[in-house]
Design a protein around this ligand. Structure first.
Ligand SMILES: CC(C)(COP(=O)(O)OP(=O)(O)OC[C@H]1O[C@@H](n2cnc3c(N)ncnc32)[C@H](O)[C@@H]1OP(=O)(O)O)[C@@H](O)C(=O)NCCC(=O)NCCS
Length: 119
C-alpha cells in the first residue's frame, strides 16, 4: 500500500488506525484462505508499533497462520515499510497477532476443516 496524505495524523505521520485497518485486512485474507469461508475478527491479541512511517513509504503486510483452533484461527502479521529510490531502506514498522472466527453465511460459527495441504 502507498499511504496517502488523508492517512496522516496531526503530527504528520501515518495514522495508527490506518495501519491497524490494513493489518486486519491482511490477516483476514490469510484466515479466509485457510478456513475457506468468511471470517470475523474476534480479537486483536497484540499490536506493537515499532517505527513511525510517512507518505514517502511503500508499506507491505505479511500474514501467516500461527495456529488453528476449532472455529478460531490465529494470524501473525508483520508490517514493513520501504523508502528511498537509490538508497533503499526497509524497516519493520509494526507487528500484530489477531484471532478470527470462521462463519457460515447465516452468521453462525463453523468448524474449520483440516488443512488440505497437510494430508
Ligand atoms: C466472533 C463471535 C461469532 C464469537 O461468538 P461466540 O459464540 O462468543 O464464540 P465462542 O466464545 O464460542 O468463541 C469462538 C472461538 O473464538 C475464540 N475466542 C472467543 N473470544 C476470543 C478472544 N477474546 N480472544 C481470542 N479468541 C477468542 C474461542 O476461543 C473460540 O475458539 P475455538 O472454537 O477455536 O475454540 C462473536 O463474538 C461475534 O460475532 N463477535 C463480533 C465479530 C465482529 O463483528 N468483528 C468485527 C469487528 S470490527
Amino acid at each position: 500500500m502507498l499511504p496517502m496524505p488523508r492517512d496522516l495524523n496531526a503530527a504528520g505521520d501515518i495514522f495508527g488506525g490506518w495501519v491497524m485497518s490494513q493489518v486486519d485486512v491482511a490477516g483476514s485474507i490469510a484466515a479466509m484462505r485457510r478456513t475457506r469461508c468468511r471470517v470475523v475478527t474476534v480479537a486483536v491479541n497484540s499490536f506493537v508499533f515499532l517505527q513511525p512511517i510517512t507518505t514517502q513509504y511503500l508499506v507491505s503486510f505479511y500474514a501467516r497462520v500461527a495456529r488453528v483452533g476449532t472455529t478460531s484461527i490465529v494470524v501473525d502479521v508483520d508490517v514493513y515499510a520501504e523508502t528511498g529510490y537509490e538508497n533503499l531502506r526497509v524497516l519493520k514498522v509494526a507487528t500484530a497477532q489477531l484471532t478470527y472466527v470462521a462463519m457460515n453465511e447465516d452468521g453462525s460459527k463453523r468448524a474449520i476443516p483440516p488443512d488440505p495441504a497437510k494430508p
